[in-house]
Design a protein around this ligand. Structure first.
Ligand code: ADP
Length: 188
């Protein structure tokens, strides 16, 4: 099973994606985590990414596409995966589709988690206080949500138009309920 998990910042992509990945026995690849790792390791790429992340902006497409291509090469041609937080722009989606076409492993479905904006802000503000994520401060949170609607929501429509199944799921309610509903809808 090859899935994308999409939705605004704070929608629960990481949480639901990880549970689905465990259930399926596939890898979850999160570009946000890859970028945070690069930043923590103070690699050149990490330092370049940091200023975009701290401003709530997207890291340039070429950088992110490079990371994903590298991570994908580590898995077998038919291995399943869950991509979390990628693609976030149309060029990233096009780049991913080229990459997957070359491997002969297209996406099976896109999961879209929907959460009202005031709830997103509440969750991200709480997470900033708990986990000390530097991009979870109020100004940056607002910008990230804005960037999501401008750049990433069109990607969900793009998948729908190209014939990929898009499963819209309400991302409020308990973690277990949402997970159960996703598994049922994906027949897992
Ligand atoms: P969230 O979904 O909660 O915003 P992520 O961990 O997915 O958190 O992303 C954190 C930050 O990392 C983003 O605000 C962005 O700066 C950068 N980032 C992650 N994935 C991508 C991507 N696919 N393209 C560009 N930037 C990305």
């Amino acid at each position: 099973m090859r899935l994308l998990i999409m939705g605004p910042p704070g929608a629960g992509k990481g949480t639901q994606g990880e549970l689905l990945a465990e259930h399926l026995g596939v890898r979850r690849l999160s570009t946000g985590e890859m970028l945070r790792d690069a930043r923590a390791e103070r690699t050149e790429l990490g330092r370049e990414a940091q200023r975009f992340m701290d401003a709530g902006e997207l890291v340039p497409d070429a950088v992110v596409l490079g990371l994903v291509a590298q991570a994908m090469n580590g898995s077998g041609p038919t291995a399943g995966f869950i991509l979390d937080g990628f693609p976030r722009t149309i060029p990233q989606a096009e780049g991913l589709s080229d990459l997957l076409a070359r491997r002969g492993t297209p996406i099976d479905a896109v999961v879209l988690l929907k959460v009202p904006e005031e709830e997103l802000v509440r969750r991200l503000t709480g997470r900033g206080a708990e986990e000390g994520r530097t991009d979870d401060d109020p100004a940056t949170i607002g910008r990230r949500i804005q960037v999501y609607y401008a750049e990433t929501e069109p990607v969900v429509r793009w998948y729908g138009e190209t014939g990929v199944r898009v499963i819209e799921e309400t991302g409020t309610g308990s973690i277990e309920e949402i997970q159960a509903s996703l598994r049922e809808r994906l027949s897992l």
